[in-house]
Design a protein around this ligand. Sequence first.
Ligand code: SAM
Length: 190
Amino acid sequence: MDRLEEYAKVEDVPIIQKEGLEFLVNFIKENKVLSILEIGTAIGYSAINMALINEKIKVVTIERDMNMYNEALKNIQDFNLSKQIKVINADALEVNIEDKFDLIFIDGAKAQYIKFFEKYENNLNDKGFIICDNLNFHGLTENPELIKSKNLRALVTKINKFKDYLKNNNNYKTIFYNIGDGISVSRKKQ
Ligand code: SAM
C-alpha cells in the first residue's frame, strides 16, 4: 500500500486521505456492506483498500482516464484482487450499470456530483448508502469568495450547490462529516 501512496504523491494523483479512508473502511465493516460501486478509480487505491476488508466484498469501479485505468488494473492484479474488483474504463455519465449496490462511493469530477448522484441512485439497494468525498475541497468551500482563480471558484461553488442539494433532498437523510477532505453519507428514507 505504501507503494501506491508514494506513486500517488509523486505523480500527483488525488487519492482519498488517510482519515477519510479509515472512516470508509470502518463504515463498510460496521454496516456489513458487500457490494460497492465507485465512481472514480484513479490508480485503484480506495477500491483495493475496500476489497481487502474481506473477500466477500465486490467492487465495481468506473474510471474514464485510460492511463489511470491501466495503472489500476496493474495494481489490482498485484494485490490478487481481480476476482473482487471490476474496473470499467468509461465516462461514468455515459455508461449504464444494471446491478444494485449496498454502497455507492462518489469520488469522480467534483463539478458533476449532482449528475452522478441522480444517475446512480437508481443502482442503490433500498437500505444502501451513498458516500461522497472532497466536500470541503481542501477547506475552500467555507470561503469561496477568497479564492482568486475563477475556475477554482466555480468548482467550489458547484460543490456547495451539491451540499445544498443533499441537504434539501427529502428522499435521503444525509450526514456530513468533517473527516479527511469532507465526507457525506446519505441513506434513503424508508
Ligand atoms: N477513488 C480514488 C482513490 O481514493 O483512490 C481517487 C479518485 S480521483 C479523486 C478521481 C478520479 O475520477 C480520476 O482518476 C478521474 O479521472 C476520474 N473521473 C472523473 N470524472 C469521471 C467520470 N465522469 N467518469 C469516470 N471517471 C471519472
